[in-house]
Design a protein around this ligand. Structure first.
Ligand SMILES: NC(=O)c1ccc[n+]([C@@H]2O[C@H](COP(=O)([O-])OP(=O)(O)OC[C@H]3O[C@@H](n4cnc5c(N)ncnc54)[C@H](O)[C@@H]3O)[C@@H](O)[C@H]2O)c1
Length: 430
């Protein structure tokens, strides 16, 4: 099939490349010229394993390209996915400005398109948005009618950053919220060679499935952190506890890793958006609110732990290993490292950092801190080390590497180090 993807970020690019890998012809659209140029030159604007290799192959096969020309992309395709960002407003509610712009622009193109076209919302949007905002804006700017001139679906994306290609190509399930059967059939056809159950439902339900899934995973992590904080006081290793807990099939071993909090572009903002939506409807979602509050406290817990060990951090050099919100990604949106570095700077510490992929992004937020070219250099002369992202390369660090520190104080916010290679370190919940 011929597919266009509107918004070529983490989700849009992975979706576009993924559909092309599955044999479709894909045109990705973005308003960011630089991004489009990079993609057409075979350079991925984001770090995501496998993505650039696939991209290079597909460009050679001429089954994939990027453009800033939305009109051309819509005219040459049958289905368009909207995967623009849905960030938070200052009050935590969802900011729909990119969704509104994209819907109006799509409608303007559909005005002169004769053939039936299906629009699919892939961005995460609060229930009601696809029908009340996307549909209405497209109908208004195109003068056309949904169900007759164009189709409409909501197909939430569940991929994890760092594993985007793997997850997109091998999903657990495919959820299709459909305006009518005709639109749903087009989207189901697109996924016919994916090995996953397809769940067809209403648009509003599909929108809620995404929020309910992310909120549950965020709750699971906050639960692990709560148990972890109690374990720490009891002198018990929470990781061992969760090994035992996760063996229960009703619970599953996933998302039970205690640590210095969840970040990224999804969990914090999606849970917050759901909280705001519930409040708007007159419901107080206390459970979700506490998961978010606990997460905020958990992010800076490492700094409190450090102060209990070494006293004031003022004028001390603190090494932070890991900036990305998770390994195998360069994404720092809502990363725990940001809260930790802010707290350290507020308390007068000198901060020295290293991350294999996320340093360029972090320089835009903290240009004043020191960026080391590798972990060993970051450790040299430091008064303490905080490990914030579980990159594989940190697992290889040994006593010799930490021996270069001024004082060998090591605190893990993620389970990374090997007790056989490193003696004497402490964990946030272990
Ligand atoms: N990142 C994830 O892991 C993930 C996973 C599942 C779902 N989601 C959801 O998917 C959506 C996209 O997330 P993301 O992380 O890919 O965002 P992103 O910020 O990385 O990318 C969004 C892209 O859309 C482009 N854009 C904005 N307006 C446009 C327009 N009118 N026309 C064309 N392009 C436009 C931007 O330039 C940007 O490149 C969000 O709703 C997010 O919640 C994200």
């Amino acid at each position: 099939m011929h597919i266009s993807i509107i918004g070529t970020g983490y989700v849009g690019l992975s979706t576009g490349v993924g559909f092309a890998v599955k044999g479709n012809e894909v045109i990705c659209v973005d308003i960011d010229k630089e991004k489009v140029e990079k993609i057409n030159n075979g350079i991925s604007p984001i770090y995501e394993p496998l993505l650039e290799d696939y991209l290079k192959k597909l460009l050679k096969q001429k089954r994939f390209r990027a453009t800033t020309d939305l009109k051309d992309a819509i005219e040459k395709t049958e289905v368009s996915f909207i995967s623009v960002g849905t960030p938070s407003k200052e009050d935590g509610s969802i900011d729909l400005k990119y969704i509104i712009d994209a819907s109006i622009q799509i409608g303007e193109v559909l005005k002169s398109k004769k053939e039936y076209h299906v629009i699919v919302v892939k961005s995460t949007v609060v229930p009601g948005t696809t029908e009340n905002v996307v549909l209405k804006n497209i109908e208004k700017s195109s003068g056309k009618k949904v169900g007759k001139d164009f189709g409409l679906c909501m197909n939430p994306e569940f991929l994890r950053e760092g594993k985007a290609m793997e997850d997109f190509l091998n999903p657990d399930r495919i959820v299709i919220g459909e305006f009518d059967k005709k639109s749903g059939d087009v989207v189901e056809k697109l996924y016919k060679n994916f090995q996953a159950p397809i769940f067809r439902t209403s648009i509003k339900t599909a929108e809620m499935v995404k929020y309910a899934s992310n909120a549950f995973l965020a709750l699971k992590i906050s639960y692990a952190n709560e148990i972890g904080n109690i374990c720490k006081l009891l002198g018990i290793d929470v990781n061992e506890v969760m090994k035992g807990v996760g063996m229960d099939r009703r619970i599953s071993p996933h998302f039970l890793n205690a640590g210095c909090g969840y970040g990224g572009s999804c969990f914090p903002k999606d849970v917050e958006a759901l909280i705001r939506k519930a409040k708007e409807l007159g419901y107080e979602p206390k459970l979700l609110e506490e998961a978010q509050e606990l997460n905020k406290r958990q992010k800076v817990k490492l700094v409190e732990q450090l102060e209990r060990k070494i006293g004031s951090v003022k004028n001390k050099t603190i090494c932070v290993l890991g900036l990305a919100f998770k390994p195998d990604s360069d994404d720092i949106r809502e990363a725990s490292s940001i809260a930790i570095i802010s707290k350290l700077l507020e308390k007068g510490a000198k901060v020295k950092v290293y991350d294999p992929k996320a340093m360029e992004n972090m320089k835009k937020i903290f240009p004043q801190i020191e960026y080391a070219s590798n972990a060993k250099k970051a450790l040299e002369g430091s008064d303490a080390c905080l490990i914030v992202t579980e990159w594989d390369e940190f697992k290889k660090l040994t006593d010799t590497d930490f021996g270069k520190m001024k004082n060998k104080i090591i605190l893990e916010g993620r389970r990374v180090l090997d007790r056989k290679k490193v003696s004497n370190f402490d964990g946030i919940c272990w």
